[in-house]
Design a protein. Structure first.
Length: 174
């Protein structure tokens, strides 16, 4: 089944996407992503986690390109443009723009200001800024000004388009 983009995402109705990014490809039938890759239905690009974060962050900041040295001289750099600056070689990379970001936060207010819990703070803000439409799953919602102090808000509501409240599952008593 081909993945299609909607006109709201900047593509014509029914136009197939050339590349989709799966951080953690999961499917009901094991091997689906492998078979699709082999049949050239989807394109996968191996990207080190730090480079992925940097490319996504650059997209949120509206930068046009970035240089990174971590994959120079490896198979990850094959076929990519390189630059030499001073005594160091770099691989030229481009920002990763996302149509949608599905992230999880601990709490949100009605304006979409987000507070994260633990390591969700690492990629959540970056991906929210890089996407055209960010959908956030939260455990709780709060009134404006009550959610927490201004310093605790990590992602401002300007990056959030939808909030879905999902109650935390009940924990079993020991």
């Amino acid at each position: 089944m081909p993945v299609t983009a909607t006109p709201a995402c900047g593509a014509a109705e029914g136009e197939a996407r050339a590349q989709d990014l799966w951080l953690f490809p999961r499917q009901v039938t094991p091997g689906t992503s492998t078979r699709s890759t082999r049949r050239a239905k989807i394109e996968l690009e191996l990207v080190p986690q730090g480079t992925l974060a940097e490319r996504s962050e650059r997209s949120g900041r509206r930068h046009r390109r970035l240089l990174h040295a971590d994959s120079f001289g490896t198979r990850l750099a094959e076929g990519k443009e390189t630059r030499r600056i001073g005594e160091r070689d770099y691989v030229l990379g481009y920002p990763l723009h996302a149509d949608y970001a599905l992230i999880k936060a601990q709490r949100a207010d009605r304006w979409g200001n987000l507070v994260y819990r633990k390591s969700a703070r690492n990629f959540g803000p970056i991906m929210a800024a890089a996407a055209k439409c960010t959908v956030v799953q939260v455990a709780e919602t709060a009134e404006l000004g009550v959610s927490s102090t201004l310093e605790a808000v990590v992602t401002p509501g300007i990056f959030v388009k939808r909030i879905v409240r999902v109650a935390a599952p009940a924990r079993k008593a020991a």
